[in-house]
Every structure is written in structure tokens, then in C-alpha cells.
Ligand binder design. Sequence first.
Ligand code: ME8
Length: 511
Amino acid sequence: MGQDSAFFITTPIYYVNDKPHIGHAYTTLACDVIARFMRLDGRKVHFLTGTDEHGQKVEKSAEAAGKPPLQFCDEVSTNFRTLARTLNISNDDFIRTTEPRHIAACQALWQELLAREEIYLGAYEGWYSVRDEAFYTEGELVDGKAPTGAPVEWVKEPSYFFRLSAWGDRLLQHYDENPDFIGPDSRRNEVISFVKGGLKDLSVSRTSFSWGIPVPGDPAHIMYVWLDALTNYLTAVGYPDVESESFQTFWPANLHMVGKDIVRFHAVYWPAFLMAAGIAPPKAVFAHGWWTNEGQKISKSLGNVIDPYALVENYGLDQTRFFLLREVPFGQDGDFSHRTMLLRINADLANNLGNLVQRVLTQVQKNCGAAVPAIQSPSGEDQVLLAQAYALLPALREHIAKSELHQFLNRLWDVINEANRYIDREAPWTLKKTDPPRMATVLAVLVEVIRVVGILLQPVMPDSAAKILDLLAVPNGDRGFSAIETGILAAGAPLPPPSGVFPRLPVPEAP
Ligand code: ME8
């Protein structure tokens, strides 16, 4: 497969200072849905996630845990790998910034920037926040703290600088020529006004601690953790071997998915580093919103961190995957509440989708000889519903291209709701006595709609969609998107006995 079909998608690499929580789960899950969609749509996908293991924050966390940094990183990094498995994430690679392949890539990028005189030696004096791993100017501080609320400390040390100040105009030109480079629009505007405000050279090395990648030729310095971390996206596709098949196939990345907290690093610093090194910038950066918990900021000190493992345990894996993406318009902030999660799962999954599948397949089992019924002389109504199902794929492609994951689900549920109205209107249970051929047609239309919906649900709920497709005896080879047109079930094909797909969850009384 060629360049046109390749699709490289990345999550941020997560700091190993902490246990994974709902926020990490959210970003990785969103990427998983897009990666799975692209694979089912015939694209050659490379989906990358991993852990960010250097820097002062991680060094301090290891110290606090009383462990050597690498041992500490090994342990915490494993938690992120386990989370990916628990959430049924289909990543193709898991990168750790302490790996030799990554150290080699960072040093090569550094040397390239140095050779092009984009990096020079100076001295840094100013504010630094360890929690954010970011430098701040005096003017950016709010009540003596970083704009994020993180504490800052005064840092004065020799430092290499990247000539970021020289890249402002080229960045603005890049945003202008590539309107889809930053999404959603609110973030794009924010980034553009930040760059228009003027860029200062960026300190890209530290000397006051040692947990990082040594600067080639000057090992008293280690690389600034963000230069190190961002480079992971290149490492994973084979940099510095730019002639390698993987680099040629997958660079530039199609999409860096991030939270809104780190958009500046990805949409300003990263494309500037890359352009300065003569490497193409990624095609797009999308920054999603922030989850709060029952109205409060999620933080370890407030003790209200939402544990993704507990969600999966209590609500089910696919239910959790579905809820996180369905509840909040992707790109906006969202508030987590257990009650909303329960109600959403019961309404959308148990009632609307689960009942539809159950009702249709039970009737097929009992009244159509447990075999796929035939569509005979379809009515206008039948054709409208079928047309709506077949119109889904092109619409969903557009939503995925714009990272509109909630719209993806809304569209699917429009058809599911329509199918529920259709079955109520057509009442095949009555037709059974009055007009059996018509009953068969109505059920056949519904079986076909469920097949199409089942195929398209796979990116979001892989196990449940597989269960639905199993109930329709859809062969494994006919579950890709191309099978929507080619894999229509043969009338008369036998179907297994139906079983429930989404159990109804008990809802406690409102307090
Ligand atoms: O920033 N709501 O790592 P990190 C939504 N290592 N998303 C959230 C969230 C919340 N409440 N909390 C965290 C770093 N996230 C760097 C990245 S990339 C080259 C280096 C998600 O462990 C969101 O994706 O602090 C956010 O951008 C990311 O976790 C921050 O993870």
C-alpha cells in the first residue's frame, strides 16, 4: 500500500510520575477509535502511544518513591501498557523515551539543529515549573504561579537555546496555508494569537539535574524534556533513518491527538523544531477538552481521580469506551458523573441498540425459521431506512476526518432510533398473522440495518460489535467497511440463537 493509504496517529506520551487516570484513558481511546476506523476503511495504520520518562518531574517522583529513576520508570510505564490492554487499545507500538532507539533519534535531531545553527549556547535565567515542565516569563505568572496554577521556581543556568524567535512568521504562514493543522478552531485561534504575540528563543537544555538525554558533545547538559518527548513521534517511524520504509510510509504523521493543556508544545514548538531540521511538520494536531469530576478539577490532592479500571469493572469495557466518547462533544470540556454514565448506558445501549437487536433477532428466530429473511418488494419506507444506513459510511468518514467523535456516535444513533421507530410502526409481530411475507421483509430490512450499524460500531465498541455481527453470522472476512456494499447476507442463511448484547444496569434512587 502506498503513501495515500498510510495513516500515522499518536497519543501524547504520558509522564510516568503518576498512575494513569481517566484523562489518559480518554485520549488513548479517541485515538484507538480513529485508528480502528482507518484500518476497517482499508488504510495502513500506525498507531503509537507510550511514556515520557525523563525530566525533573519524573526524577523527583522516583526520588520520592525511593527508587532509582529507571526502575521507577519501568514500573510506572507498565501501568500505562496495562491500561492500554485493559481498554482494548489497538496500538501498534508503545514507545518509552528511555529506550536506546529514542536516545539515538534525539541526539541525531539535536545534531541536525546544531549543524543548521538553529541551536546556540547561552544562559537561562527565569521561571520554571517542574509540574508543567515549562518555562514562563514574568508577565505570564498569575499571583506568583504559572497560568496553570503550578508552582514556579527561579532557574539560572547555562543553557542551549533554540532560535524559536526566528520561526514566528513561518509558523503563521504554515497555519494559514494549512487551515486544518490545528483543531478545533478555538485552539487554532489561541495558538495563532500566541505566535502573533512574538516568540522568544527557547531554552532546550538543563544542567541542574541529570535525568535526561545527554546533549551530544556537551554531557554537562541534558536535553529539555519537551524536545526529547516530542521527538518520540519521529523515533517511532525510524528517524534518523529517513530513507527507511517506515519513515517514508508514515512521516509526516497524520494526527497528533493531545489534550488542550499541551497544544502549544505540539502546534508551536514541534513544527518549529521540525521545519528548522528540514523535516516536514505533522499534518494535524487536535486538542480535546478537559474532564472534571462531578464539577471539580480532577487532582490527586483532591482525591477525586477517576480510575479507568474501576469504570471498566463497574460498567463494562465497551460501555466505558462508548460513554466517554458519546457524552461530551469532542474538543469541549466535560464533566464526569456516575449517574449520567448509568443513564446513558441504559438509554442508548441497553434500550435503543440492545433491545432493537434482541427484538429483531428473536422474531427472526421464532418466525422466520432462524434464518436470514428475504426482502421482497420493498416499500418506500424500507428504502428510506436502508438508504439512511448506507449513507452512514461517507458521513462517518467526514466526522472522523474532523475528530468529531461525538457526531460519529450521534449519526449512528440517528439510524438506530429511526430503526426503532420503523419496527414500532411496521409492527412485524402483527404482520405475522396478517401478512407473513411483509413481516419477513420488515425483519430483513432490520437485519440489514443492524449489519451495517454493527460493522460501523466496531471502532468504538469492538467486542460488542463483534457479538452483534456473530449473531448475524457475518463472516470475519466481511466485517471491513468495503463489505457494507459487498457482504449483504444471503436470504436463508442460518442464524444462531439470539442472546443479549448490553445488559441493563440497575440505577440507584437519586439522592
Ligand atoms: O503532558 N481530561 O503528559 P501527561 C482530559 N508527557 N485529558 C486529560 C486529563 C483530563 N483531566 N488529564 C490528562 C504530558 N489528560 C507530556 C506529553 S507528548 C510529546 C508529551 C490527557 O502525563 C491529555 O491528553 O501530563 C493531556 O494532554 C495528557 O493526558 C497529559 O499527559
